[in-house]
Write a protein that binds this ligand. Structure first.
Ligand code: ANZ
Ligand code: ZN
Length: 811
């Protein structure tokens, strides 16, 4: 008997698709509607892991499905090639990051080919190529022109070992997430993107996106909109106004002290004693989460200064404390210990007065009351309900010029400066004569990353040591100038790559507006939930900003989003340290790509985490081998036929059932149950094969069933699908439209379900052939004969044998 040889079959189709450039699409106008199917671009480090296999198996299934539904599908690939791992590798080995990155890219490319992913390779690029980052720089300059990019001093978290600025989420328990070194604070001039200008739109437009609800919630929380008021407290001694943001202007009469964040620029102006200095330095080491935590013991230092409460003229003392964050509101708060838990703890710790201004029935000296109630101790507002007082107090503040209604966002501007080598250079120079910050003119782009030999950062970007590169002349006055040595956050590179795919070889612009209008938005975006916040938010911000610059016609990049779950082993995340990593390469070498791809989609609903099992993948391999064998046998033993003929047999009905099931499942990403349906069809093919093979009608229906199995497995196991379909029909499956189930043949697809009670027959009822276990149980429970026999006894168990019976056990 012939053996299923996936390697030979896969090589045959892979080479044909490469030779004919089957998956390439042009930008020329065409009648077919478009679909843009995109998986998040991989970060090329080492070789692809199992998460990549899953992501591209999902994306490729969608791409194939949509193509055969008649769409012109754009399905490109590229690499997010700048970043830290390549640079750290370079520091260890001295090997240029470009060398290790390109080696890794070659390996990713090789494996993606090997997997048979249907990619339009004519559009491939890496974000580290000058022909790409030239346009990243060009876009930066457009942001700069519109004041959406700006530079300012910022307190940053600094890892003294990695010698780099850390993002807040890279600090865990006051330590660098990567190396565990305690983090320090530094003041640096840094570049920012003004993403906060789009906070409202980024929030509002989420409503219209077809994204998982939990991802939208994460984005909403990250943007963090709060309504309230800005209230100004004045420090008479220094003649400075301190605005605060509060969500509770109704509690204004209860403000008994005032607190500044340790990073507040005025702290040392107010008091520069050693005690304050020391407190400020220590405070910087804690993470935001720790500092904001309600149960943290409150610490702080009195500044010996006072501000005046605008509503009652009272002088209240100023403190510095780390529970106030510089990045939120104004970095200063009015503290109302009677009605805010954290202020309450602070007041108890420092023996400060606690004044009740909203009656709640509880003793505010013991515990803060955060609910509603009538106003007390609030002068003219006494007796009003606090919600009413809220409005009145805001009106009063606005009238008196002491405050105003305000909306505050948790979202901060995006710090894009990185003191690293392996990134996109920021295209500005600093004129030493008189021009200050000067953008590099468009025609001088790209500012190419120079080759250097020492990648280790020494407090500044390693680029600062490349003297010849740094020294340049001012584009404006011709005088001496120095280049910016920071590079951009790699999230900048990945904020617009999906636009470049539309028009990847354009050397006059980042992309042609009309071409992008044709392809955008991405109809289906696929990737890991770890990118739910930053990457997706940044890409959305770019789209909105570019649309406002009239470079782009869409305001949202990703119409639909699918987030895949992780592949685990025995419930644990795969990691090198646990030694439980499975490499796609090993499995592809052993079983072929079709098996690996089908298995990773079969192990469970793809949006959920699922456990990889070696027995599981062997099982799928046997199933695919069976399908191939039966196709071979049917091809040898039956004549070709154009269409199934004769009275419909149960196998023909099963084929139509499978078409219907797989179609519906593909629409909802239920690839696991789609694959299970093809396996079920395959089992039926074996069951009926010998009965059907010797009559012309039977043989025609058998051929149809096997061809259908090939056609339906194609989005998951494309090589095998193409092979089986060719054996049955002589045609190319990817050029065939997606099959349509005949409703006539679907409708009557019922079978007689046996209903048993404690193993004894009580009834026979009709049930749909594709009913799930749960449905079968439900149908059986509805049997009147069963009800009568049960006579009120409780069912303790139901044993379901799909396609045959349901047995209820009672005591
Ligand atoms: C007075 C007050 C009284 C407040 C009260 C709350 C309850 P959300 O809802 O998250 O927007 N706050 C303002 N800026 C802060 C900062 N930089 N660091 C720490 N806390 C800050 O929270 C807004 C509330 O958080 C503000 O309203 C302020 O305290 C505090 F009974 O003002 B509230
Ligand atoms: Zn100049």
């Amino acid at each position: 008997e012939a053996r299923y040889d996936p390697h030979a079959i896969e090589a045959k189709w892979r080479e044909l698709w490469a030779r004919e450039r089957t998956w390439e699409v042009s930008n020329e106008p065409e009648a077919r509607p478009k679909q843009y199917v995109l998986e998040m671009l991989p970060y090329p480090s080492g070789e692809p892991h199992i998460g990549h296999l899953k992501c591209y198996s999902v994306g490729d299934a969608v791409a194939h499905f949509r193509r055969r539904q008649g769409y012109r599908v754009l399905h490109p690939m590229g690499y997010d090639a700048f970043g830290l791992p390549a640079e750290n590798h370079a520091i260890r080995t001295g090997q240029h990051p470009r060398v290790s990155t390109e080696k890794s890219i070659a390996e990713f490319r090789r494996q993606f080919h090997r997997w048979g992913v249907s990619i339009d390779w004519s559009r491939e690029f890496g974000t580290h190529e000058p022909s790409y980052y030239r346009w990243t720089q060009w876009l930066f300059l457009r942001f700069l022109e519109r004041d959406l990019a700006y530079r300012r001093q910022a307190a940053v978290k600094w890892c003294p070992r990695d010698q780099t600025v850390l993002a807040n989420e890279q600090v865990v328990d006051g330590r660098c997430e990567r190396c565990g070194t305690p983090v320090e604070a530094r003041q640096l001039e840094q570049w920012f993107f003004r993403i906060t200008a789009y906070a409202e739109q980024l929030l509002r437009d989420l409503d219209d996106l077809d994204w998982p609800e939990h991802v939208k919630t994460m984005q909403r929380n990250w943007i963090g909109r709060s309504e309230g008021a800005e209230v100004v407290f004045r420090c008479d001694e220094l003649g400075i106004d301190y605005p605060v943001f509060t969500t509770r202007p109704d509690t204004l009469f209860g403000a008994t002290f005032f607190v500044l964040a340790p990073e507040h620029p005025d702290v040392l102006k107010l008091n520069d004693s050693p005690e304050v200095r020391e407190y400020v330095n220590r405070a910087m080491q804690a993470s935001h989460e720790e500092r904001g935590a309600a149960d943290r013991r409150k610490t702080g230092v009195a500044l010996g200064r006072y501000v005046r409460n605008p509503v009652n003229g009272e002088l209240i003392p100023m403190f510095v404390s780390d529970y106030v964050l510089m990045e939120y509101g104004t970095g200063a708060i009015m503290a109302v210990p009677a009605h805010d838990e954290r202020d309450h703890e602070f007041a108890r710790e420092f023996g400060l007065p606690i004044r009740e201004v909203i009656k709640g029935g509880e003793d505010v000296q013991r515990e803060a009351y955060t609910g509603d109630g009538p106003m007390v101790n609030s002068g003219p507002f006494d007796g009003l309900h606090n919600r009413e007082a809220y409005e009145r107090i805001v009106e009063w503040l606005e009238r008196e010029g002491k405050g105003r209604r305000a909306v505050n966002y948790r979202l901060r501007d995006w710090l894009i400066s990185r003191q690293r080598y392996w990134g996109c250079p920021i295209p500005v120079v600093y004129c030493e004569r008189e021009c200050g910050i000067v953008p590099v003119p468009d025609e001088q782009l790209p500012v190419e990353l120079p080759d250097i030999s020492d990648y280790a950062p020494k407090g500044r970007s390693p680029l600062a040591a490349a003297e010849d590169w740094v020294r340049t002349s001012c584009p404006r006055c011709g005088g001496e100038a120095r280049r910016e040595t920071d590079t951009m956050d790699t999230f900048v590179d990945s904020s617009w790559y999906f636009l470049r795919y539309c028009d990847p070889r354009n050397d006059r612009a980042p992309f042609d507006r009309a071409v992008v209008r044709h392809w955008m938005p991405v109809d289906q975006y696929i990737g890991g939930v770890e990118h739910a916040i930053l990457h997706l938010l940044y890409a959305r911000f770019f789209c909105k900003a570019l649309a406002d610059m009239e470079l782009l016609d869409v305001r949202e990049p990703f119409a639909r989003l699918f987030t895949q779950g992780m592949v685990t082993r025995e419930g644990a995340k795969m990691s090198k340290s646990k030694g439980n990593v499975v490499s796609p390469r090993d499995y592809v070498e052993r079983y072929g790509a079709d098996t690996a791809r089908t298995y990773v989609l079969y192990i469970g609903p793809p949006e959920q985490d699922a456990d990889w099992s070696d027995e599981g993948i062997a099982g799928i391999h046997r199933q695919l081998a069976r399908l191939w064998r039966v196709a071979r046998e049917v091809a040898e033993r039956t004549p070709p036929s154009a269409a199934p003929s004769g009275e419909p047999t149960p196998l023909l009905r099963k084929a139509h059932w499978a078409i219907d099931k797989v179609t519906r499942d593909c629409e909802r990403f239920a690839f696991n149950t789609a694959i299970a349906a093809v396996i079920e069809l395959d089992n039926e093919i074996y069951r009926f094969k010998d009965e059907l093979i010797d009559t012309p009608e039977g043989a025609s229906q058998l051929r149809f069933a096997v061809a259908t199995a090939g056609s339906l497995i194609f989005p998951f196991a494309p090589h095998l699908g193409a092979e089986v379909y060719e054996l049955m029909t002589g045609r190319r499956v990817w050029e065939e439209p997606w099959p349509q189930a005949d409703p006539e043949l679907l409708r009557s697809d019922l079978f007689e379900l046996v209903v048993q009670l404690n193993g004894r027959l009580v009834d026979r009822v009709e049930a749909p052939a594709d009913a799930s276990r749960e449905e079968l149980e439900r149908i059986a429970r509805e049997s009147p004969k069963l009800r009568a026999r049960l006579d009120g006894r409780e069912i303790v168990k139901a044993i379901v044998v799909p396609g045959r019976l349901v047995n209820f056990v009672v005591r």
